[in-house]
Design a binder for this molecule. Sequence first.
Ligand SMILES: C[S@@+](CC[C@H](N)C(=O)[O-])C[C@H]1O[C@@H](n2cnc3c(N)ncnc32)[C@H](O)[C@@H]1O
Length: 293
Amino acid sequence: MESCPLSGRKPFFRSPAPKGDGLIPEDLIKYHHLMPDDPIVDVILQNLEVTGLTPEQLKGKPDAQVRDMVLGEYFAKLSGHLGQFASRLIMRGEWGYGPCDWFDHRHHLLDPQTQFNDFWAMSADNVVEVLPMGGTVLELCAGDAFYDYMFYRHRASKIVCVDINPEPYYLYKRLHQAPNIEYHLGDVMAFDAGENQFDVAIIRGAIEHFTEEGQQKIFRKALKSLKVGGWFCGDTPANHDQDHKMLDEHEFEWKDEVEMRRELVKTFDHVETRTLVSKDRTTLFWRCKKIKP
Ligand SMILES: C[S@@+](CC[C@H](N)C(=O)[O-])C[C@H]1O[C@@H](n2cnc3c(N)ncnc32)[C@H](O)[C@@H]1O
């Protein structure tokens, strides 16, 4: 029997599936030569413990419901296992062979045990709270456009993304395209975002990639692009240790909320800021409103 090319282990079963003798339930999760009508389905149904469900939970339920619940839990567990495995390989492919300055946000979902956190969800809240239904969005340094695809496209009529790096752009092309998202591959500094066009302009996890002068240029570009009443939103990790950069690609990392505010008020009249202290990092969030033409 052929071995799995990744783990080197032999598949636990092939059709016809083993009858259950010597079955180690946890091993069922490790292999996925499985179709809904495969005989192994019966083996899973007879080995409830693999799903974590208990006989008490299923007692009195019709067979069809039990089958849905057991197989659903089985596939959820299998997908969790494969997701974690996929994430680790993809992560190594992205970060393990050279410098990388963008993050593939699928990792939060593929490997929640290690990649789910509080600050990435708050990044979305920071925008969603001020994005009107049917509104327009400009996302500067959009990366893989994960947030645009997962959150903003359900509210916005139009989203314009810009990023200079082809790697996250390829990911966007492959997985995050939508009819209301357009993506420009190029330098934000050279990008003409127009005037009075957008309800929300965003730069998330990217302002630190620019010098102080570059940041002010971006702020002025965002302000110009906004309608009156529109919001400029973003976040950045705080660097309390100003002697060491968090990433070589960073140009100007803000130390704390005070420094963030000091930079933003140079361009914006109405500035709201907050700080989120998490386990491994501190994130600085801002929202600035355009209050006059
Ligand atoms: C850490 S990533 C953040 C991407 C995205 N906003 C996110 O939340 O995942 C920083 C992004 O800034 C982009 N970037 C840096 N300098 C840029 C420039 N001059 N023009 C456009 N994009 C730039 C990088 O290509 C990268 O995708």
